[in-house]
Design a binder for this molecule. Structure first.
Ligand code: NI
Length: 287
């Protein structure tokens, strides 16, 4: 009896030990799987992928707006292609901006967003960190879209300062790197104080007027040329929908869709504060 009980106890102990080992093994396996997943996420992050695959069509890592004009001149791939173009989106962010970012991400494209402070308050949290992560450039389009020619310099500057402060909340304390005046209306006094380049455009899609997908596709694809700055508005559903066709077609035609700073750098231009730029064609602006 005693011997049998001892045997039974032994069996229970052995079973428990085997079970423990199995649980430990599972836990170790789980930890390994988790570590593996973390590693592969790191390997596949967009910035790193773009940084380590320089010859597959997308070469610009996140942070490329910092590229200098000298680096742009030395970039032989840009020199060879000469087909960089900047998509710019005004008056947002809005409910459609996320879908637009999906399209840009899908095709490895970048854009510049000239945002209104009043809309950053509503949609900035959902969109600005993602814009930055995709390497897009953040622009300031005032707080409430006034005509700057009708405001004092101080009131005009306050419009941009408020918007910078709002953008900074979602961008690690950094405001916009470029500005666009509402209606393209600036004054010399305001330009002297604004502290950043003022960006106009050379292809006006009139998307705010047509609000039509096919019309906007035609407006871009029939008029685009290398070095262009293209004006659209991501507050219109039709515009965002049209970009699902425009972006891949431009990529298909060999265009690099880049930020304003990269567009300038690729054409050997260092953007200067208080200067106004319309587009970049072999180093010349359309001023
Ligand atoms: Ni506007």
């Amino acid at each position: 009896m005693d011997r049998n009980r001892w045997k039974a106890q032994c069996q229970i102990l052995i079973c428990a030990a085997v079970l423990d080992a199995a649980i430990l093994g599972l836990m170790a396996g789980t930890v390994q799987v988790r570590a593996g997943a973390a590693d592969s996420r790191k390997e596949l992050s967009l910035a790193e992928e773009q940084a380590i695959l320089p010859d597959t069509g997308r070469i610009l890592p996140a942070g490329s707006p910092e590229m200098t004009a000298e680096e742009g001149k030395e970039n032989s791939r840009f020199a060879a292609l000469g087909s960089v173009v900047a998509l710019t989106f005004d008056d947002g962010p809005d409910v459609y901006t996320g879908e637009l970012l999906d399209t840009l991400e899908r095709y490895g494209a970048q854009a510049t967003f000239f945002m209104l402070g009043s809309n950053v308050e509503k949609y900035g949290a959902d969109t600005i960190p993602r814009m930055a992560a995709l390497g897009c450039e953040l622009g300031n389009h005032s707080y409430s879209h006034p005509n700057m020619k009708k405001l004092s310099v101080d009131d005009g500057l306050a419009q941009f300062q408020m918007t910078d402060d709002l953008i900074a909340q979602y961008n690690n304390g950094q405001g916009a790197t470029v500005v666009r005046f509402p209606y393209g209306n600036s004054t010399d006094d305001l330009l002297a104080e604004i502290g950043r380049p003022s960006i106009m455009w050379d292809v006006d899609t009139l998307d705010w007027e047509t609000k039509n997908v096919q019309a906007n596709i035609s407006a871009v694809l029939n008029n685009v040329s290398p070095g262009d700055i293209i004006l659209m508005h991501d507050i219109h559903e039709a515009t965002v929908e049209s970009c699902a066709t425009i972006v891949p077609e431009l990529v298909n035609r060999g265009y690099e869709l880049v930020t304003i700073h990269t567009l300038a750098a690729a054409n050997g231009v260092d953007l200067a504060a208080g200067e106004t730029y319309y587009g970049f064609h072999n180093g010349a602006t359309n001023e």
